[in-house]
Structures are given as C-alpha cells and as structure tokens.
Design a protein around this ligand. Structure first.
Ligand code: F6R
Length: 253
C-alpha cells in the first residue's frame, strides 16, 4: 500500500521480506537512473534484507555498481575495521564484497584514528567533493535517532563525535557478546549532512518501531526526536512493514 502526505511517501508492506524488496527496488531504480549515484548507506538489523536483495539483483539481473560511490552514516569509535562488529566489516560482509563497487569509491568513517575531529572534517569534505548524496538510506532508533544523532536539545549539523545513549548501547548489545563490549562512542554524519541528501529513504520494521514512526511523521519537529526533521525534507520515502506502521495506519485512512 502506498500513501502520500505532501512531500512524504509511505510504503506499507505486509512483512520484512516485502519491505526489504521494496527498498531494494527503490534504491536499484536510483542506480539505474543514474549509474554514478552517490549513495548514503545505513547499517543495523533493518537493512540486512535490502542488501541481500541488492546482491541478488546484481548477480541475477546485472545491477551495476561499478560507477556508484557510497558514504556510510556512521561507525563505532574506537573500533578496528577487522572487528566483525565494526560497520566497515558489516558493509563488506552484507554488500560490498558481493557486488562490483569500486573499493576506492567506498567511504566509511574510520573509528580508529587519533584525530577524530580531523576525520569528521575530512569525511564531510569528501561528501561535498563527491557532489553531495543523491540517495540516503536510513534506519531509525527506538528513540528517533538517525545515523547516531541521538535525542538532544539541538540538531548537530555536520559529521561529529557522538556519545551513544544508554538505550542505544542496550539495543545494539544484541550484536555483541556482552553489553560491556559495545563501544560508547561513534562518528556520525550530522543532521544537515543527512538533510542535504537529494532523496531520503527510511526503513523500519517490527512492533517496537511503531511508536517512533508515528512521532517521526506526525509529531512535533524537535531535536528530541531527531528523525522528526525529515518532515521538512522535500523528498522523503518511508518503507515500513505493517507492524512498524501499526500506529500510523489509523491516521492515514
Ligand atoms: C546505523 C544507524 C542507526 C540504525 C538504527 C536502527 O548505521 O545509523 O541509526 O539505523 O540504530 O538500527 P536497527 O536497524 O538495528 O534497528
């Protein structure tokens, strides 16, 4: 089912697999329209199915990533790239090593540098040099974070060092052996970095995302719910499953 609320498009799919396929289709359409697209990519549990479908499209339908550039939203800090919990490792494992992207065009913040401030500045400059992001993929935290922009009193504009919220550390501990192993910091694109993307696609699945999806689309625009800023983006698409949409469905009818 597809809905349109001014600048916001919402696809509600019956389950995770259909959500993943719809998201992959929209991202693949972007690449087919512009083979040199600059993509902004997310990690976490939500987009795994979308990446799986993109790999299938590459292998079976010849979806060509050879001219595509990519910038990931975030990376833990400190973490080494060969750590299986790093977002670098995740991206290689779930997508990059299975497709024909040019490794020189892959950009992921390095969470293992001494000078974090310089790393953030360089990352932001690389995005500008690439011409900005054409298509940004986002997940969403239960607290409304996008990238690792946690709820705050103000929106942080550009790529920066973040101290992760307790709730985020707890939510992400499912990927680690114990909660103590979850890094307490991360490097994340800022809200302005994200909002400057020409198109944005946010994915969410599962009942535990239902309340935050409602607040994001229908609530007050506030840095306390970072994703709520998407209400003012000119071209944003939500691709959600029925569980994540359960609190917005009554408002769309
Ligand atoms: C990941 C990211 C985060 C996640 C969010 C949801 O790169 O930027 O904002 O998208 O924490 O994570 P999952 O998908 O694991 O629920």
């Amino acid at each position: 089912m597809k809905y349109k609320l001014n600048n916001i498009q919402i696809y509600i799919e019956s389950n995770y697999e259909k959500m993943s396929k719809q998201a992959a289709y929209l991202l693949a359409s972007q690449i087919r329209l512009n083979s040199q697209s600059v993509l902004g990519l997310a990690t976490g549990g939500t987009p795994v199915g979308m990446y799986k479908e993109l790999v299938r499209m590459h292998k079976e339908e010849g979806l060509d990533f050879s001219q595509v550039s990519s910038f990931n939203l975030d990376e833990y800090c400190p973490i080494s790239r060969d750590n299986p919990q790093s977002y670098y490792y995740y991206m290689m494992d779930n997508l990059f090593k299975h497709i024909n992207i040019d490794t020189d065009r892959i950009n992921i913040p390095n969470g293992n540098v001494e000078n974090i401030e310089e790393e953030c500045k360089n990352y932001e400059n690389k995005i500008i040099k690439a011409g900005g992001i054409d298509f940004q993929v986002l997940g969403i935290g239960n607290n409304g974070h996008i990238g690792f922009n946690e709820p705050d009193d103000k929106f942080e504009a550009f790529t920066h060092l973040v101290y992760l919220d307790e709730g985020t550390i707890e939510a992400n501990s499912r990927f680690f052996d114990s909660i103590d192993e979850v890094p307490k910091k991360a490097i994340s694109m800022g809200i302005k970095t994200i909002m400057l993307a020409k198109k944005i696609m946010l994915l969410a699945n599962g009942k535990n995302k239902a309340a935050i999806i409602k607040k994001t689309i229908f609530g007050e625009i506030t840095p306390k719910v970072p994703a709520s800023i998407l209400q003012v983006h000119p071209d944003v698409t939500f691709v959600v499953d029925e569980e994540a949409a359960s609190e917005i469905i009554p408002l769309l009818k």
